[in-house]
Write a protein that binds this ligand. Structure first.
Ligand SMILES: [Mg+2]
Length: 236
């Protein structure tokens, strides 16, 4: 067993983006004429129910036939994703949103030492590419071993499918992979895949249980730097 691949989650791990989902929903509500605004608490309550259900709830507010749900869901999901990307890329360019502490330094170190780095995210693949390009640049994107998104597998975290798919595409045994995560369900996806996991909880996941993580840090910078050496030592 040795470290052969590092896989990072995107939302909450690289950037504090969870609240942009909430803001994108609120923008969407405005666009479709709904006088609803989800507060942080409203959104947090909905996050506790895994596997979506948010658009189903929105649909239930409308006086529409059940037959229309499938096309409604598809259309709203696409629009909400667009709003989410636009809000994030606008804030990145204005400097209102930055990478989480230590991410850039750690990724640079990983790549300098030629350890393969990949992304496994529930975010739609196209959206993940746009957000990462905006946050870390196109050279970073081309240096990735692979990127698997939510549309690559029907099963969401904590199901291990996304991380197993990343490992398979990279030709690496899951036991030789380390995952960087920010939530309990993300960590469980990694552990269920037979991988090690280092967690840096995001703002919406501070209260989560991280039993089973190899390390649980405030972020990748404080109080102790997460270095490649420390990550490799987890496999010793
Ligand atoms: Mg996450």
């Amino acid at each position: 067993m040795s470290l052969k691949l590092i896989i990072s989650d995107l939302d909450g791990t690289i950037l504090e983006t969870e609240d942009y989902h909430r803001r994108a929903y609120n923008e969407l509500f405005k666009e479709i004429g709904l006088a609803v605004t989800w507060s942080r608490q409203d959104y947090m309550d909905r996050l506790k129910i895994m596997g979506g259900g948010k658009l189903k709830e929105v649909f239930s507010w409308l006086d529409r036939s059940e037959k229309e749900y499938s096309s409604f869901k598809q259309e709203m999901y696409q629009r909400k994703t667009r709003l989410y990307i636009d809000l994030i890329t606008a804030d990145l360019s204005l400097g209102n949103l930055t990478l989480r502490p230590g991410v850039e330094r750690l990724f640079n170190e990983i790549q300098k030492e030629n350890v393969p780095l990949a992304i496994g995210t529930a975010c739609e693949k196209k959206a993940a590419f746009e957000v990462l390009e905006s946050a870390l640049g196109s050279i970073f994107l081309t240096s990735l071993k692979t990127l698997c998104g939510g549309d690559d597998t029907p099963h969401k975290k904590p199901d291990p499918a996304i991380y197993l798919l990343v490992a398979e595409q990279c030709g690496v045994d899951p036991k030789d992979c380390l995952v960087l995560e920010d939530t309990n369900h993300g960590m469980k996806a990694a552990l269920n895949a037979g991988m090690k996991c280092v967690v840096a909880p995001s703002e919406y996941a501070m209260e989560h249980d991280f039993t089973g993580a190899s390390l649980c840090l405030k972020d990748f910078e404080t109080p102790h730097y997460l270095t490649l050496k420390k990550v490799s030592a987890l496999f010793a």
